[in-house]
Design a protein around this ligand. Sequence first.
Ligand code: F6R
Length: 267
Amino acid sequence: MSKERFHLSIHKIDYEGHRLFTPEILIFSTPTEADQYAAAFVMEQIDRKPNSVLTLPTGPTPQKMYEMLVQIHKKQALDMSHISVFNLDEYWPIRRDHPSSYTRYMQDRFISHINIHPSNWHIPDGEASDPYEEAIRYEKRMKQSPPVDLAVVGIGPGTTCHIGFNEKGSPLDSRVRYVSLDEETLRTNRTFFDKPEEIPHGAITQGVATILDARKIILIAKGKRKAWGVHRAFTGPIGPAAPASFLRLHQQVTVVLDQDAGKLLSV
Ligand code: F6R
């Protein structure tokens, strides 16, 4: 496995009185190596602390990571009976069993293949009648749980720089809430729907502050379409114009990239 390590020492000034930290940025030669590293990272967390609380993402990026974790679990090398999972987000409104809902994604790719206790998996309810109330319920549920040990996140497509569905303009102190999706997000994510017109224009998402509450964060990004956002988030000014840039206010962030996603960092 070959990887490069980048040390970014730019913008080391405070952001509105917050200390800045340097994330560990790892650039792997291939997407598969990035996936393997991410899966091993999650596995180590669970090995070290079997009752870990995890925040998890959906989408094409973590798909291989889930496959790898399921394989390891099936070889009886990883007990997940004590973990808890809080998903980052869910579209609203959407049927839970809609083929493109995040609820269905998680069930089909991860939850139904592992031995997590069903009551320990949480995801916002896309069928809730009131998304604002659902956001309050989800936030409360997270607060009742021990703190998140590890949050796994992706970064939004193009210039969105979103984490969860914290689109441009999301403030540092944002918590679980209902949001409208950015045009660019809609354009990309529409392609994940068999009937593109069925994509909901809103979602319930953990906020920036909710994500930063995790003890540790790992961001995974692969492919050319992530290169601009990764560069913007980790070298540009910190602020709501690029919500992923707020990750630089967290002390323990690992950024796992393939060469395409990291290509603008290395020039
Ligand atoms: C999904 C989520 C999003 C995605 C991001 C990247 O649960 O929270 O922030 O992580 O849109 O998605 P990919 O790279 O999988 O298309």
